[in-house]
Design a binder for this molecule. Structure first.
Ligand SMILES: CC(C)(COP(=O)(O)OP(=O)(O)OC[C@H]1O[C@@H](n2cnc3c(N)ncnc32)[C@H](O)[C@@H]1OP(=O)(O)O)[C@@H](O)C(=O)NCCC(=O)NCCS
Length: 146
């Protein structure tokens, strides 16, 4: 079992960023720090904790304008993938965004995770960037309330 919550303490944030780095950066030999950007202090952070209190999934949402927000850095610990954690993280961030007036959520998805998002109401709006010369991305968006 797992539950979704927001990291609070310095230690929790260290573990949260560590998972983000291990899943999304380390396999492409990217240095520590490459998993961060300048929105961290003004973002909604979500993490999944297992029964032992370990962080097994992470995701982040930051607002772009009055009605639009972007989700970035969705990552689930490899052995927990396919257990519904990504789904729960997405729902958590969508619900947290609503009170801020967010109506549209945009994201850039790695090509092999596009289906995960389209199953959850996101639609492809165009092709995105090529990360590290090899990871193709698609742009997707979802209107909340749809
Ligand atoms: C993509 C990711 C966040 C999804 O989280 P997850 O916890 O594994 O997904 P869930 O268990 O909540 O959802 C599983 C569902 O999505 C589907 N799914 C999950 N990952 C998928 C993928 N890569 N391709 C196609 N379908 C996928 C499953 O078939 C399943 O379908 P169902 O809802 O019909 O049962 C996770 O697999 C991950 O961290 N992948 C590696 C990092 C990554 O690519 N992050 C996304 C960057 S844009």
């Amino acid at each position: 079992m797992f539950r979704i919550t927001t990291p609070q303490s310095k230690t929790e944030f260290e573990r949260y960023f560590d998972l983000r780095w291990r899943i999304l950066r380390a396999p492409w030999q990217q240095p520590r720090g490459s998993e961060l950007d300048h929105h961290e202090d003004n973002a909604i952070h979500a993490m999944a904790l297992n029964d032992e209190g370990q962080i097994i999934g992470v995701a982040r949402l930051h607002q772009i304008d009055n009605t639009t927000a972007q989700i970035r850095y969705m990552a689930v610990e490899e052995r927990w993938q396919g257990s519904g954690i990504g789904d729960a993280l997405l729902s958590y961030l969508e619900e947290k965004a609503r009170p801020f007036g967010v109506q549209i959520i945009v994201l850039n998805a790695r090509e092999d995770s596009v289906k995960f998002y389209t199953k959850r109401g996101y639609r492809i709006t165009g092709s995105g960037h090529l990360l590290y010369g090899e990871i193709k991305h698609q742009k997707l968006e979802k209107r909340l309330d749809s």
